[in-house]
Ligand binder design. Structure first.
Ligand code: AGP
Length: 609
């Protein structure tokens, strides 16, 4: 997630902005930049890599002025280079942007036809040119910004400057976070409170569709339609550390609750409703090339391997393409049977997992075509892939994967649509239905998150458990594995995920009154079978907690606890069941006093064998 800082007041803007960007470093970034306005001139400094590089550049080429904007970039569109670093300048307008503009390619084409030259691959640069274009006819910078924002589709948190109005700083928000700090007639803008809290605790939280215009020591708030609005300031008494977690007690819970936004960011700009198709800019494969592969092989580790299993179910079900799934540490030493007719998909949040990278290289040595699904743009795995689908989850600090996993599932869902449309197994209508279901998903995740109190009650009843079993059929088997891993890695309770049909082949010997059996029973084609598997456990005195779908009043009748999960269809409900199981593991771990962000023995990225 990018970091934004803006300042207007009576101090030199550069140290204020650089100090704010340093306080946002925890958000993760791969390039940075700053722009100040001094006596009508705008001047920009940008660098790839860490802030220290930008600081070095500023020492050699200092900036002046009491109004400025700064940015740390988490690359989504385009590599982390200086050319792609913010601020971006389009004509007379300079912007820094956090978010994803879905219709940027169409806007870019239109602006290029009007003579605008682009120097980056980013969606953000388009915003500066769009405002510049509007400024040709608008009565003011403020009006040009309002007009431009009405043309944008997608998420943005923006700071805007123009030498044509050198006393004005404009900030605008829709879909990405933004706060404003007020100290007398000084104003601080940031994507997150930590960048401001050191200067002032008097803050205004911006809402979607709102614009702030800072001029002559004052501020005016408007909508994108130009209507003036009143905003209340509030006193924020959070510590800087708490502010870094946006008020959450730890990063894991913050990232669990970020999932609606993260999921939106995965499909933002990638859905073509009219064509019932997905647009995956980094795939680099046309329909004919996609259809030339005889089979797919998905390779990953840990939670990403669970995502791979979900991918198998989705792609075989909807595209009728054979999919093998392999654990990377096994695949790399198996002399795998892949060739130039195999599409190997490598899934990795960090893009640096040693076994997964080695598996990629092994597959590549056998001429397989490599596509990676990854969250970290400038990492080894996407760099060595032939194509990549970035998950845009933003930095995930908690060691236990949460939003990284659910965004991997959505990326695989998008790939399923693309593959199925390419080989024609998914027709226009089906593709459009799948896209509609995806649009509904973020709100259903919000709804699932509201089960937290009920989940906490269930967690309280299972603190003393030493073992747990998670059961699921079909696509839910992968989620059972993920739920078990979450519990293991943050609460240290031993847990296993099993296909629910497997119980009678051994694990049922484990059943007793103590051990919780978490049964995933969504309202899909397996429900009747799962109910009978659950009955096998109950009749042996087992302690069943069943997660079933909203409206299902039958399945939970004999369970000890029932959790009703919203229904998102067979293909997307795994995301919602995952969120519930994340909260279950989280609550148990917290109640047991565990460090959920840094569990013992674990690393966020396993870069060694
Ligand atoms: C899961 O919560 C863990 N963080 C771990 O299993 C992780 O998924 C695995 O190490 C793979 O990491 P990657 O996705 O970065 O390759």
């Amino acid at each position: 997630m990018c970091g934004i800082v803006g300042y207007v007041g009576n101090q030199d803007a550069t140290p204020v902005i650089m100090g704010g960007l340093r306080l946002l470093e925890y958000r993760g970034y791969d390039s940075a930049g700053i722009c100040t306005m001094d006596d009508g001139d705008v001047d920009i400094r940008r660098s790839a890599g860490k802030l220290v590089n930008l600081e070095r550049l500023l020492k050699e080429h200092p900036l002046h002025g009491t109004i400025g904007i700064g940015h740390t970039r988490w690359a989504t569109h385009g590599k982390p280079t200086v050319a792609n670093a913010h601020p971006h300048k389009g004509g007379s307008v300079v912007v820094v942007h956090n978010g994803i503009i879905e219709n940027y390619l169409l806007l870019k084409e239109d602006l290029a036809n009007k003579g605008h030259d682009f120097t980056s691959e980013t969606d953000s640069e388009v915003i500066s040119h769009l405002i510049d274009e509007k400024l040709k006819t608008a009565e003011s910078l403020e009006s040009a910004v309002q007009q431009a924002l009405r043309d944008l589709q997608g998420a943005y948190a923006l700071c805007i400057l123009s030498h044509k109005d050198d006393k004005t700083l404009i900030a605008a928000k829709s879909g990405s976070p933004m706060v404003i700090g007020i100290r007398g007639n000084e104003y601080f803008v940031a994507s997150d409170m930590p960048a401001i809290i050191a200067n002032t605790r008097k803050m205004v939280i911006m809402e979607d569709g709102e614009i702030a215009v800072f001029r002559n020591g004052g501020v005016k708030f408007t909508t994108t339609c130009g209507d003036e609005i009143t905003k209340e300031s509030r006193y924020i008494d959070w510590s800087p550390m708490k502010a870094e977690k946006n008020g959450y007690p730890n990063f894991m819970l913050k990232e669990i609750y970020e999932q609606p936004l993260a999921i939106r960011n995965v499909f933002a700009g990638r859905l073509r409703e009219d064509e019932g198709d997905a647009f995956l800019e980094g795939l680099n494969l046309n329909d004919m090339q996609l259809n030339s592969f005889e089979r797919l092989c998905i390779v990953a580790c840990g939670t990403s391997w669970h995502a791979a299993l979900v991918g198998k179910y989705l792609i075989e079900e909807h595209c009728r393409i054979p999919v093998d799934v392999d654990i990377a540490s096994e695949f790399r030493y198996r002399d795998p049977l892949v060739s130039n007719k195999t599409l190997v998909i490598v899934i990795s949040q960090s893009g640096e997992t040693a076994d997964t990278l080695a598996a990629l290289r092994e597959a590549k040595s056998k001429k397989a075509h490599i596509i990676s699904i990854c969250n970290v743009v400038d990492s080894s795995i996407p760099r060595e892939s032939d194509g990549v689908i970035f998950t845009h989850a933003g930095l995930e600090i908690g060691v236990a994967s949460t939003k990284a996993f659910t965004t991997q599932l959505v990326a695989l869902y998008l790939l399923t649509i693309r593959l199925g449309r390419a080989n024609g197994i998914i027709g226009l209508k089906k593709g459009q239905e799948m896209i509609s279901a995806l649009y509904e998903l973020p709100a259903l995740v919000e709804k699932t998150l509201k089960l937290d109190d009920q989940i906490e009650e269930i967690a309280c009843e299972h603190l003393t458990s030493w073992d747990a079993i998670y059961l699921g059929r079909g696509i839910s088997y992968a989620i059972a594995l993920e739920g078990a891993l979450k519990l293991k890695e943050i609460s240290y309770i031993h847990a296993d995920g099993y296909p629910s049909g497997e119980m009678k082949h051994g694990p049922i010997a484990l059943i007793d009154r103590e051990m919780p059996v978490f049964v995933l029973a969504p309202n899909d084609r397996h429900l009747v079978k799962v109910r009978s598997n659950m009955e096998e456990v109950i009749t042996r005195g087992g302690n069943v907690v069943v997660l079933c779908s909203e409206g299902d009043l039958e399945t939970g009748k004999r369970a000890k606890y029932t959790l009703l999960i919203p229904w998102a269809g067979e293909a997307l409900s795994p995301v919602l069941f995952t969120v519930a199981l994340q909260l279950l593991a989280y609550n148990i771990a917290i109640l047991k006093g565990k460090d959920v962000d840094q569990p013992r023995n674990l690393a966020k990225s396993v870069t060694v064998e």
